[in-house]
Design a protein around this ligand. Structure first.
Ligand code: HSE
Length: 454
């Protein structure tokens, strides 16, 4: 349980100021983020101590192998990472191994042993956060996770503390660096999806399993966390609607550009009278919008709140030292509150644990957006009539319609439409009818369109 006593040096001379003993950190995982954390903690040790009010020392590293950039002389090194969670000298365990099995066991063991935990593990928090935070509350320890969302961008702190006065209305973010890097390269250089993915992996942006990035799962983990701290709802990853970018074709990025839009993978959550929207999917957004110009592996989150209005946070969402920046900031935060009463600390999910609300999550069919549709049809008389009739039966208003150049070889023509804001269920009904039209020759490409108006 909470015990401030061991954190001070025995200083019996009342004329001297009390010196707090160094805080001892155990780092588990010495990969991209672990090595960055090791280096930043060592390189900036003096400034960090000036900020934290005490020095912060790495006393133990748990890793399967050494890292060439990390000199662990004088630091205990264990190949069995659980040794770090058992080490009585460790105050704060920094979990940087990723995954949800071993990382979960390690985190729970550290908490059971009275250690504070700092993690960059979004999947762990999104899937097991409710349980982990409950265990941490019982033991009076902290679990900090700034690096889990948007890498080096301190968006958790901004929402949880900086915007604490507000009722948050909605937020939208580019929260997967790998997808943003891929979409940017496809748009800017016309490169192929596979080619760019390989480069993102080499740069250390991509997850161990890159399908997490390109299928929107990583963004959904982060959105789960953002929605909880924005609206005070429990973490519920299984309720997020997820669609990734793996089926994105460069032709749609090109047509979107011609219409004045860019394509981004967005995580969006919005609170309304009908429930909370929780969705990750590619979206067309106006090319002039700030968000449309967040390129490469950069991340951005915009938050719309009742008192402050719109705010915007952007920076590197992945990579070694950008992510380490958030990890180390959390270590400093935890070091500062070590001697405080746990009941007075900032709650893990921004709202007091017993004041979280189980607001309903809106099914995707009920969510309203505009849509970009690309329909490939034979250039035959009446085909456009049949398509617009299907749209009209689904009560869909068309904002814009254009027919692109005909393919002279097969006589097929792409028809591009932008709808007004409608329910997802309406567009699904229309698409199934359009795909049944005899002269429509392929599946209808459908991408949501968000104006991100504030
Ligand atoms: N794979 C993640 C990304 C790393 O690309 O954004 C940071 O969470």
């Amino acid at each position: 349980m909470y015990n401030a006593e061991p954190l001070k040096t025995n200083n019996h001379n009342s004329n001297e100021a009390t010196v707090l003993r160094p805080v001892s950190v155990g780092i588990v995982g010495l990969g991209t983020v672990g090595s960055g954390t090791f280096k930043v903690l060592q390189r900036n040790a003096e400034d960090i101590a000036r900020r934290a009010g005490r020095s912060i020392q790495i006393v133990h590293v748990g890793a399967r192998r050494d890292h060439p950039d990390c000199d662990t002389t004088g630091v205990r090194v264990s190949r069995d990472i659980f040794e770090v969670a058992r080490d009585p000298d460790v105050d704060i365990l920094v979990e940087l191994i990723g995954g949800t099995t071993t990382a979960y066991e390690l985190t729970m063991m550290a908490i059971a042993n009275g250690k504070h935990v700092v993690t960059a593990n979004k999947a762990l928090i999104a899937l097991h956060g409710n349980e982990i935070f409950a265990a941490a509350r019982k033991k009076g320890v902290n679990v900090a996770f700034e690096a889990a969302v948007a890498g080096g961008v301190p968006v958790i702190k901004a929402i949880r503390e900086g915007l604490a006065a507000n009722r948050i209305l909605w937020l939208a973010g580019i929260i997967n660096g790998t997808s943003n890097f891929i979409l940017t390269e496809m748009w800017d250089k016309g490169r192929s999806f596979q080619d760019v993915l390989g480069e993102a992996q080499a740069k250390g942006y991509a997850e161990a399993d890159p399908t997490f990035d390109v299928e929107g799962i990583d963004a959904a983990h982060k959105l789960t966390i953002l929605a909880s701290i924005a609206f005070g709802i429990p973490l519920q990853f299984d309720k997020v609607f997820v669609e990734g970018i793996s089926r994105m074709e460069s032709v749609d990025i090109k047509y979107a550009e011609q219409l004045g839009y860019r394509v981004k993978l967005l995580g969006i959550t919005r609170q309304s009278d009908r429930g909370v929207e929780l969705r990750v999917h590619p979206a067309l957004i106006p090319a002039g919008h700030l968000m449309a110009n967040v390129n490469g592996a950069l991340n951005a989150v915009m938050v719309i709140a009742d008192a402050v209005g719109p705010t915007f946070y952007s920076g590197w969402g992945a990579g070694s030292e950008p992510t380490a920046s958030s990890v180390v900031a959390d270590v400093i935060d935890v070091a500062r509150v070590l001697t405080t009463d746990p009941t007075n600390r900032v709650p893990h999910l921004a709202f007091q644990a017993d004041r979280l609300e189980n607001l309903p999550i809106l099914p995707i069919e009920e969510v309203e957006t505009a849509f970009y549709l690309r329909i490939l049809a034979k250039d035959s008389p009446g085909v456009l009539n049949k398509i617009t009739a299907a749209l009209s039966r689904a009560d869909i208003n068309i904002e814009a319609i254009t027919q692109r150049e005909i393919d002279e070889v097969n006589g097929q023509v792409p028809i591009i439409m932008v709808t007004r804001k409608i329910k997802e269920a309406q567009v699904r009904q229309a698409i199934s009818e359009i795909e049944a039209v005899q002269d429509v020759v392929d599946r209808v490409i459908c991408i949501r369109l968000e104006m991100l108006e504030t």
